[in-house]
Design a protein around this ligand. Structure first.
Ligand code: GLU
Length: 301
C-alpha cells in the first residue's frame, strides 16, 4: 500500500500552537488611518492616489462604482475572520485583500467584503459578483480554466485536525474506515475522494461546521490546509490538535476574472515589490501562530 509521505522542507513548521491572536488582533492594516477605536495601530500600507490601470475591465468597473467588492472567507481565524460582535474583519488574507485595494486607490470604507464558500469561488468571479477573491484559494490548472490567479502569496499544505486525546497520525491512510470532514469544492476533499477510497467523508460548505462535528465527536478528523487548521486548534486548545505533517503543497493565489492581464500584472508586481509589507501583514496576523513561511516567489504565468 502506498503511504503518503509528509512533505518536508517547504518552509513551514507548526512548531507550537501558541496563542493565535486572530480574533482580537485589532485592525492591523487600518489603511488610510481614521480608526479611532483601536488605539492607533500603524498603517501597514498607504492608499495609493491617482491610480490608472490601462486595459483592466475589472479596475474600470471598480472606478465606475467607486468601490471594490472582494470575496473572502469569514470563519477561518488568522486568515479570514469576521468578529460578529464588533463587525471587524481580520486575518492574513483579509489584509492582503485590503493591501491590493489600497494599491488600486481604494480605502477601507470603499471595500465591500462578500463571504464566498470554497465551492462557489470560480462561479462568483465568472459571474462578476466580486472583483477579486482572497481566501486560502489554491492555484491549480482546473481553476485556471475559468479564472486567473495572481501570486502565489502564501504556501501551506493539506493537514489533519483531530481530538486532543486522539493518537498522533502521520498519514492520511491512518483514517481508512474513519470519517474525515472537509469543505465541498476544496482541494483536500478532492484529494481524499480521488486517492483515498477507504476514507469516509463528510462535507460542508464551511470548515467551521467540520470543526463543530469534530468537537462533538461526529467525525474523526478535519482535513484542509494546515494553516487553516492551526487557527481552529488555537481557538480550542484543550479539545483539538493539529497532527501529522503536510500531505500536499497548496499555493495561495488571488482569484481574478480571466483575461484581466493588467490587473494580474498589477497584483503580481505589488507582491514582487512589496516584500516588507507582506512580512508586516504576516507578522501582524500569523506572527504568533507557530507558522513559519517565507513569501513565495510570484509565478507571473
Ligand atoms: N486551499 C484549498 C482550496 O483552495 C483548501 C482551502 C479552502 O477550501 O479554501 O481548495
Amino acid at each position: 500500500m502506498r503511504r503518503t509521505r509528509t512533505l518536508a522542507g517547504i518552509g513551514i513548521a507548526a512548531v507550537a500552537l501558541l496563542a493565535l491572536t486572530a480574533c482580537n488582533s485589532g485592525s492591523p492594516s487600518n489603511p488610510g488611518g481614521g480608526d479611532e477605536s483601536d488605539g492607533g495601530d500603524e498603517a501597514l500600507f498607504e492608499v495609493a492616489t491617482d491610480v490608472s490601470l490601462e486595459g483592466s475591465p475589472t479596475f474600470d468597473a471598480m472606478t465606475e462604482r467607486d468601490g471594490v467588492v472582494i470575496g473572502v472567507k469569514e470563519d477561518q481565524p488568522g486568515l479570514g475572520y469576521l468578529d460578529v460582535t464588533t463587525g471587524e474583519r481580520s486575518g492574513f488574507d483579509v489584509d492582503i485583500a485590503r493591501w491590493i485595494a489600497a494599491s488600486l486607490g481604494f480605502s477601507e470604507d470603499q471595500i465591500e467584503f462578500k463571504p464566498i464558500a470554497s465551492a462557489n469561488r470560480e462561479q462568483s468571479i465568472v459571474n462578476g459578483d466580486i472583483d477579486y477573491y482572497v481566501g486560502t484559494y489554491s492555484i491549480n490548472d482546473k481553476r485556471k480554466e475559468l479564472i486567473d490567479f495572481a501570486g502565489p502569496y502564501f504556501v501551506t499544505g493539506q493537514g489533519l485536525l483531530v481530538a486532543a486525546d486522539a493518537e498522533e497520525a502521520d498519514a492520511l491512510e491512518d483514517f481508512n474506515g474513519k470519517t474525515v470532514c472537509s469543505a465541498t469544492g476544496s482541494t483536500p476533499i478532492q484529494n481524499i475522494k480521488a486517492n483515498f477510497p477507504d476514507i469516509k467523508t463528510q462535507e460542508y460548505d464551511l470548515y467551521s461546521a467540520c470543526v463543530e462535528d469534530l468537537l462533538s465527536g461526529k467525525v474523526d478528523a478535519v482535513t484542509t490546509d494546515q494553516a487553516i487548521l492551526i487557527g481552529y486548534a488555537a481557538q480550542y486548545p484543550d479539545e483539538i490538535k493539529v497532527t501529522g505533517g503536510l500531505f500536499t503543497e497548496e499555493r495561495y493565489g488571488v482569484g481574478l476574472p480571466k483575461g484581466d492581464d493588467a490587473l494580474r500584472s498589477h497584483v503580481n508586481e505589488l507582491f514582487t515589490d512589496g516584500g516588507e509589507t507582506w512580512q508586516a501583514i504576516f507578522d501582524a496576523n500569523l506572527g504568533s501562530s507557530g507558522i513559519e513561511v517565507e513569501q513565495p516567489e510570484v509565478d507571473a504565468y
